[in-house]
Design a protein around this ligand. Structure first.
Ligand SMILES: [Zn+2]
Length: 429
């Protein structure tokens, strides 16, 4: 092929990948009515175009720690049934009986990382700073979480940032619902509960201020050129830079055995000052997985997927998630939320209706098992009334039903599920 054609093809590939990058995590809503335009010289920097927003090039040598830790069959099953939703990974990862040949940078076709598979029965233990429950020592009576390091990540920022985050609504001028304030309230109730069960607990955020020193104005130059640059810079701030700052704290300082990402779900509410209230509420838990073809094509996400898979976080997340889901169901009776099959960004987990594998920035970047909770629907009539009732002891009649505080119910169900899991999995004293 003539050299000039190669250059053009590379540029087209870069343009396509850059488009994927921007659409990832909804920085730019896809617009099906606009025909694609291909500039002969697209305005992308090759070094950044294969990465997720604000991502940096991975150090592939870090995967050396996982040589001979997994059998080919286990690798393939995890890859096809949990971690991906399409087949694009096969363009980047070739499996032989002995190894996985992983393309690191598709623009340089000879850049391949070779991961050797383990012989059955001879799997080496993967390197990781977190400890799975079955490798913890026996726990004293009544302290099933003893020695366990847990980081609680209250989702979003809340406070003065809640409107910018679009996690804010107010019904008829009433006290606003700010998701970031609700998750912080649950975190503050949850921490002493987990500590009384023996865990050492840290909060990734304990105020309504962001961890990242960056602000939207600092990110204007990073915002994609299509769309409203101000809005896109804001999203880069609260959705991307903030989570990356939290991941740095979790991975470099806290180094927990488990992260709990607390959220409240919602249905589309339309106008935040005249929101739609719905009748139904539901809940589900998210584990890391379900990478789309576009995400697998990004070098940093491909690396992060492999680090998750090789650390065997999925198995640990599923074991914990099953117990936590059971505890939530028994406490709340909420039905499961169901992703549409055509969404192509979620996988079911072990047929459990409450567990879904999805690739979110937080559950991908935190370098340990992550349970990401999405209970309740903030704009459902009943949950809205419970949120407005605030935190209280005991039960109160709300919408005709005796109900505990929604914040305590959340914290208690989560603590109960974790206690039940670790009680089962840890050796007896
Ligand atoms: Zn949320």
């Amino acid at each position: 092929m003539p050299r000039s054609l190669k250059v053009v093809l590379s540029l087209v590939l870069l343009a396509v990948l850059a488009g994927w990058t921007l659409r990832h995590e909804n920085l730019v809503a896809p617009n099906p009515t606009t025909p694609p335009t291909i500039n002969p010289i697209p305005p992308v920097e090759p070094a950044r175009s294969l990465l997720a927003p604000l991502g940096s090039a991975p150090d592939w040598k870090k995967l050396e720690a996982y040589q001979h830790t997994i059998r080919r069959q286990d690798f393939e099953v995890l890859m096809t049934e949990t971690f991906t939703t399409g087949n694009a990974w096969k363009s980047f990862i070739t499996l032989t009986d002995e190894e996985a040949l992983i393309v690191t940078d598709p623009v340089k076709p000879d850049s391949v990382f070779r991961l050797a598979f383990a012989q059955p029965g001879k799997e080496a233990t993967p390197t990781r700073h977190w400890r799975p429950g079955d490798l913890l020592p026996a726990a004293p009576e009544g302290k099933p979480l003893s020695g366990l390091k847990i980081a609680i990540d209250p989702g979003h920022i809340g406070g003065a940032w809640a409107q910018m985050e679009e996690r804010w609504f107010s019904v008829e001028g009433g006290p606003p619902v700010c998701e970031g304030d609700l998750t912080l309230k649950v975190a503050q109730l949850l921490k002493p509960r987990l500590e009384s069960l023996g865990a050492s607990v840290s909060l990734v955020r304990s105020t309504n201020e962001p961890l990242t020193p960056l602000r939207p104005a600092d990110l204007l130059s990073e915002a994609p050129s299509e769309g409203d640059p101000r809005k896109l810079a804001e999203r880069l701030f609260y959705r991307t830079a903030e989570i990356r700052a939290r991941a740095e704290l979790v991975n470099l300082t806290l180094k927990p055995d488990l992260v709990l990402c607390l959220h409240f779900n919602a249905e589309p509410w339309g106008n935040a000052n005249a929101p739609t209230l719905v009748e139904r509420s539901h809940f589900h838990l998210l584990l890391n997985g379900g990478y789309t073809d576009e995400e697998v094509a990004l070098e940093d996400q491909r690396f992060e997927l492999l680090r998750k898979l090789l650390q065997r976080t999925h198995e640990e997340e599923a074991r914990i998630g099953i117990e936590v889901a059971a505890a939530f169901y028994s406490a709340t009776g909420l039905p499961p939320y169901h992703y549409k099959a055509e969404a192509l960004n979620a996988r079911t987990v072990q047929g459990n209706p409450f567990l879904w594998a999805r690739n979110l920035l937080a559950n991908r970047l935190y370098d340990c098992p992550v349970i990401y909770l999405e209970p309740y629907v903030m704009n459902s009539r009943t949950d809205y009334a419970r949120i407005q009732a605030g935190d209280y002891e005991g039960v109160r009649e709300i919408e005709g039903r005796p109900s505990p505080s929604i914040f305590r119910e959340y914290a208690d169900a989560l603590a109960t599920g974790l206690a039940s899991h670790y009680r089962k999995i840890r050796p007896r004293p």
